[in-house]
Design a protein around this ligand. Structure first.
Ligand code: BES
Ligand code: ZN
Length: 881
């Protein structure tokens, strides 16, 4: 009984709730065929909204739940005394304080959506953000309703020896019939989306942490017992996060126990439930032989992220879901600063900006573009986006840069103190920053309300007679759905000026070489006096604002900045611009059927990078990585998938041929056996080594191929083993065509028992064009390791193929599009959230040539013709609008 046409919900319609829920007592009776949930709620009228009348109580629910019993103040209601629809339960009210008792019956074993209560492997678990709690019981499932929870769990003792929920365990015992019970009490008021329950046969590791005020906290990580050796890294990351939040934000953990549970079936990466975080196993389990450096670093970041939510999200939460970036943008900013402090700050910044510019900019330019604080949605799950997260974090970073580190700390202290225990808005966050620093961020608020990526066009002029240098900055922002005209943004533009000798000139009043210009007008001039020569500007240092910046650099300017800019981020960015322009030139040559030749300046720049023995290896590795096909696509008015792929491959081949010697010498220098440590210096060495190996594979030489094979066979860590496998799969070795298959099957035999490693085995085969045909994807869907019900498997195989293997997905036959449409239609019935997410590549149909555009549109229309979830309905309809 779905709505024929799901409607939108608007921020402007927000109203505080009619009732509050002071206490929530839950009791779960977990059974193989049915699970009974009894919810006793202490309810109180919201006097601020109603002083005399008592409106009926409208609780949220879901059609998959059966209502078994409703009592008000101990008296059972008959069916004619309440109103039940697929999404609500309406109860009559006759007093401003009362207690309800509602029994709902669920079938978690049949719940494939992974929202609410469901089973993963043999265990029960929950996912309640954003609106999953209403699949467990009828409730005021909105984040501004905060309640004290106690949870009683009863289950078979042999099958489910571990029973967990939020807070502290206050009671446990056997019930005599082979079942047992545990009762948990959470002393902090929380919205229902932070509720969690886990029941299963789980092993755990345990540690303790002493807080800065001297309290001891028990830390536990739970997994199935065969993965118990993979918890150390997450535990170390957790302790580092707890220490960091005390040192940098003065925030201490508030319960006596903090638990993490790893589950194999999870729609997202991880969830910050109070005191009981639930993690996708791929985001918590790691051992040197099973996880790559990238995974180790992701785990460190996600453990930190979810832990940091304890303050930015849980103690201070969101008033409504439009404010999602209040907790997510701020917490992403916090976790990225944590990672920067634990590893290399510049490299972390490069990675984050690269991700933002290639993926969030594309979102901002597409049909799903929305402000960091959206003003309407049909399905909130569709708004856990790069815009809310990554662009939201950039907004917080800009505030940080505007008020400075100490000013920011004053602002965050005020925010946490002022709003502890409350559900608040993005304005409340910004106001705390303003009040603590006596500044006005009124214009700055437009970053939350206007969608689209602002563009800065910068020109300069030099007046030799007056020794005056002038930067002229013009800002604009393209129209986005529902927003044709934009007001100017308040943009912090960090810049430096370089002399012709390559010196970074002092320009600030204290002799600093970087200053922040505050751009506020549509067009603005910045004047620099006493300049004895025309400088070369280094613009948007550290990517000080999430904008596109145009300045007419020559290729020689870019080479000069690569060598001399004292801003590490901009050295990398100049290198990226140089490579991007070079590749886009070749794209035009391909389109004009001209012979290809590579600008030798790129080769010489790469040679210089390779031969500089003093250079930071992590930086060299980042700079030697060519811009991705996604990023190059973003740069074209009409995306030419084949030409981009061919041009980029051509550049890789030419670089490999011209630089074969330095590449080999670096490779051999770094290919030395040493014990694995997931630390930044070692990670950088492995990364650089493996990038060199990747280039060397372009040479189609048996000697190079055997380097990779040897590395594969001798590897004692997954980073080196996976890199070698990937190099062979994606390499150009016509001389030994069967090698990739041989290594793939050896890898499969070695790791077939490890679900997370098998995810990587699926991805590596289909992420590149040389091996990853649609045929192979379809074959792998029949392979025993593939499981259509498991989100990680779907993402690793179908998601990676459609989002990363652009050449094959966008095959002119349209078969890739038809394949994706078939799967969206099938998946929508099973798991709407994942279906809607996987739809993203088709939504960009307007960016391609007419032929592809028409095929993609037809695939969307075919999906549209089905009875759809709200999730997929919203994305399909907005894409076609
Ligand atoms: N609160 C989210 C998890 C979530 C998102 C649950 C959407 C339900 C719906 C969590 O804090 C989060 O943001 N997780 C991220 C990882 C993080 C490091 C950005 C994720 O799961 O991808
Ligand atoms: Zn989060």
């Amino acid at each position: 009984m779905k709505d024929a046409q799901p409607g939108a919900i608007y921020l402007k319609d927000y109203q505080a709730p009619d009732y509050w829920i002071d206490k929530t007592e839950l009791s779960f009776d977990l059974g193989e065929n049915e699970t009974r949930v009894t919810a006793r709620l202490q309810i109180r009228l919201n006097q601020d909204r109603h002083d005399r009348q008592l409106p009926p109580l409208v609780l949220h629910g879901n059609a998959d739940m059966t209502l078994a019993e409703v009592k008000v103040d101990g008296v059972a209601l008959s069916a004619d005394q309440y109103t039940l629809t697929s999404e609500t339960l309406t109860l009559p009210v006759s007093s401003d304080r009362f207690e309800t008792e509602i029994v709902s019956v669920l079938a978690p074993q049949d719940n494939t959506s992974m929202e609410g209560l469901y089973k993963s492997g043999g265990m029960y678990c929950t996912q309640c953000e954003a609106e999953g709690f209403r699949r467990i019981t009828w409730y005021l499932d909105r984040p501004d309703v905060m309640s004290l929870f106690t949870t009683r769990i009863t289950a078979d003792k042999a099958k489910y020896p571990v029973l967990l929920s939020n807070g502290n365990c206050i009671e446990q015992g056997d019930t005599g019939d082979g079942r047992h019970t545990m009762v948990w009490e959470d002393p902090f008021r929380k919205p229902a989306y932070l509720f969690a329950l886990v029941a299963g046969n789980l092993a755990h590791v345990e540690d303790t942490f002493t807080t800065q005020s001297g309290r001891n906290v028990t830390l536990q990580i739970f997994t199935e017992s065969h993965n118990i050796t993979k918890c150390d890294h997450a535990m170390r990351s957790l302790k580092q996060s707890m220490r960091w939040d005390e040192e940098v934000y003065g925030r201490e953990y508030d319960l006596d126990i903090f638990m993490i549970v790893a589950v194999d079936d999870f729609n997202m990466g991880a969830m910050e439930n109070k005191g009981l975080n639930i993690f996708n196993s791929s985001c918590v389990l790691a051992r040197p032989d099973t996880a790559t450096d990238a995974t180790f670093q992701r785990i460190e970041a996600i453990v930190a992220h979810e832990y940091f939510h304890n303050w930015s999200g849980n103690r201070v939460t969101c008033r409504d879901w439009f404010q999602l970036s209040l907790k997510e943008g701020f917490t992403v900013f916090r976790d990225s600063e944590f990672s920067a402090d634990m590893n290399s700050r510049t490299v972390k910044r490069i990675e984050d900006v690269n991700h933002l510019r290639s993926a969030q900019f594309a979102e901002d330019a597409g049909p799903m573009a929305h402000p960091v604080r959206p003003s309407s949605f049909i399905e909130i799950s569709n708004f856990y986006t790069l815009t809310v997260y990554e662009k939201g974090a950039e907004i917080v970073r800009m505030i940080h840069n505007l008020v400075g580190r100490e000013g920011f700390r004053k602002g965050s202290d005020l925010y946490f103190e002022r709003h502890d225990g409350q559900a608040v808005t993005c304005e409340d966050f910004v106001r705390a920053m303003e009040d603590a620093n006596s500044i006005d961020l009124g214009q700055f608020m437009r970053w939350y309300t206007q969608a689209g990526t602002p563009v800065l066009d910068v020109t300069d002029s030099y007046d030799a007679d007056n020794q005056r240098y002038v930067l002229e900055v013009t800002q604009s922002c393209p129209a986005t759905p529902g927003q044709d005209v934009k007001e100017p943004f308040h943009i912090p533009l960090a810049i430096g000026l370089l002399s012709s000798e390559g010196d970074n000139l002092p320009i600030g009043d204290k002799g600093q070489t970087t200053v922040v210009l505050e751009v506020r007008e549509a067009s603005q001039q910045f004047v620099f006096e006493n300049r004895i020569e025309r400088p070369l500007p280094s613009l948007l240092r550290g990517f000080s604002a999430p904008v596109k910046l145009n300045y007419d650099y020559s290729r020689d300017d870019l080479l000069f900045l690569m060598r001399h800019d004292d801003d590490g981020f901009n050295r990398w960015d100049s290198c990226q611009r140089l490579a991007t322009e070079t590749i886009l030139d070749l794209v035009r040559d391909i389109q004009a059927a001209k012979p290809l030749s590579l600008d030798t300046r790129l080769i010489e720049a790469w040679r210089e990078l390779l031969e500089d023995e003093t250079a930071d290896k992590a930086m060299v590795a980042e700079m030697l990585t060519l811009p991705s096909e996604q990023w190059l696509s973003e740069q074209m008015a009409v995306i030419d998938v084949y030409a981009i792929h061919e041009a980029r491959e051509f550049v890789r081949g030419e670089l490999a041929k011209s630089l074969s010697e330095p590449l080999q010498s670096i490779y051999r220098g770094l290919a030395v056996e040493k014990p694995y440590k997931p630390e930044s210096a070692d990670i950088a060495e492995r990364q650089l080594k493996n990038i060199c190996l990747g280039y060397l594979m372009e040479l189609d030489s048996p000697a190079m191929l055997s380097l990779a094979e040897t590395q594969f066979q001798n590897a004692t860590n997954m980073t080196d083993q996976m890199a070698a496998l990937s190099c062979v799969i994606n390499g150009a070795h016509q001389t030994a065509p069967g090698k990739a298959e041989t290594l793939l099957s050896a890898f499969h035999d070695q790791w077939k028992g490890d679900a997370n490693v098998m995810d990587m085995w699926l991805s590596v085969q289909v992420s590149g064009a040389r091996m990853g045909s649609l045929e192979r994807v379809k074959q792998l869907m029949e392979h025993p390791v593939f499981d259509y019900r498991n989100p990680n498997k779907l993402r690793s195989l179908i998601g990676v193929f459609c989002m990363r293997n652009l050449k094959c997905f966008h095959d002119l036959s349209g078969e890739g599009y038809a394949f994706l449409a078939d799967n969206i239609i099938r998946l929508d019935k099973q798991n709407p959230q994942i279906a809607a997410r996987m739809l993203t590549p088709l939504t960009r149909w307007r960016r391609y040539d007419d032929q592809r555009g028409a095929l993609m549109k037809a695939a969307l229309e075919r999906i549209q013709a089905n009875e759809l979830s709200k999730d997929v309905f919203e994305v399909v309809n907005k894409s076609l609008a």
